[in-house]
Design a protein around this ligand. Structure first.
Ligand code: ISE
Length: 340
């Protein structure tokens, strides 16, 4: 650690997510500071630096990883750059919090897992932030108490206001559904054994290859099922919900601190515009847990490289099912001891 005794973090990518991490780290996380930032657009990097305590602005992401004044790295650059940058962090033996997805192909993700195993130290954390969301944690706690009996069905809903990227089905699967399949594994404690996916284009004005409405049906181990609706162009706002049906009752995420507004003939509550608003508490808790784990030299309680690779394994199978129209089985994989 640097002389200031604060953990010095380098952030790669200062678009929406990277900016959020930089500002959250600067404003809300004790014991750590933003030491360096990089973005492909230097103007954007400088603008974020101004909001995050004036860290150094570097012009090369590899130099940022290797910089001796950087103790640990946050990767929030475009998805396709993740795997190579994580590999560089392993090479330099730097702890890294990589935004999901860990890679854009299962092969790359498994190579990352293999490299971490070869190193013999867990340095990789994956930013599947729902694991730090108070609402999801409340669901997990109640399920884990056992008072509702065994979980038998996970029901996820995931809606984006507008298509934020190239809306081919497989991109929506890696970019959005990766959260839901991780949540299903994490909340039920079961592994996915088969997937079956259908998808359509919700609006004729979208390009022909668009598939923005997807239904996932998953079979999990121990006689457990899951359904997930992903609607990437829902227009009205951003919403995520998770319900766990257990043998003797159900438990579902619920918005805390909500107020009902009556105005202009309507009684209602607001809907967040995007994930940055909906999951702000989770992002802060995630960064705080990660920096604590790096300082203690301990693996954290969030998603590991293995979880990141499993999310990709499932979304890859979902893409196959979407295109073939058939269910796709996933043979059981043994979790390596390092990720027990
Ligand atoms: C986005 O990239 C995210 O990671 C959000 O959490 C997710 O809800 C959204 O669908 C993705 O596009």
């Amino acid at each position: 650690m640097t002389s200031s005794d604060q953990l010095s973090i380098g952030i790669i990518g200062t678009g929406g997510m990277g900016k959020r991490h930089a500002v959250n780290l600067h404003q809300h996380v004790g014991g750590a500071r933003v030491a360096a930032v990089y973005d492909v657009d230097p103007g954007r990097a400088h603008a974020v630096a101004a909001e995050a305590g004036w860290p150094a602005v570097l012009d090369d992401p590899l130099a940022l990883v290797g910089d001796p004044s950087v103790d640990a790295v946050v990767i929030a650059s475009p998805d396709a750059t993740h795997a190579a940058l994580v590999q560089e962090c392993l090479r330099c033996q730097k702890p890294v919090l990589c935004e999901k997805p860990l890679a854009t192909s299962l092969a790359d993700a498994l190579q990352v897992v293999a490299a971490e195993q070869a190193l013999g130290r867990r340095l990789i954390s994956v930013g599947l932030m729902r694991r730090f969301d108070p609402q999801h944690l409340a669901v997990r706690e109640i399920a884990a108490s056992g008072r509702l009996g065994r979980p038998i069905l996970f029901k996820g809903v995931h809606r984006n206001a507008a298509i934020p990227y190239d809306a081919r089905g497989e991109v929506i699967l890696t970019n959005s559904a990766s959260h839901d399949v991780d949540t299903a594994r994490w909340l039920t404690g079961q592994e996915v054994e088969e997937v079956f996916v259908r998808g359509v284009r919700s609006h004729p004005s979208f390009s022909e290859e668009t598939i923005d409405l997807l239904l996932l049906q998953l079979t999990l181990s121990d006689a457990c099922l899951a359904t997930v609706e992903i609607y990437a162009a829902a227009e009205y706002g951003y919403e995520v919900s998770a319900e766990l049906v257990c043998q003797g009752g159900t438990v579902q995420t619920a918005q805390p601190r909500e107020a009902i507004v009556r105005a202009a003939g309507v009684r209602g509550t607001s809907v967040p515009a995007d994930w940055l608003g909906r999951f702000q508490a989770a992002y802060i808790a995630e960064l705080a847990a990660w920096t604590r784990s790096v300082q203690a030299g301990q693996p954290w309680n969030g998603a590991s490289a293995w979880d990141g690779a499993m999310a990709l394994r499932i979304t890859d199978a979902c893409a196959q099912s979407l295109h073939s129209g058939q269910p796709v089985p996933l043979r059981p994989l043994e979790r390596p001891a390092a990720y027990a």
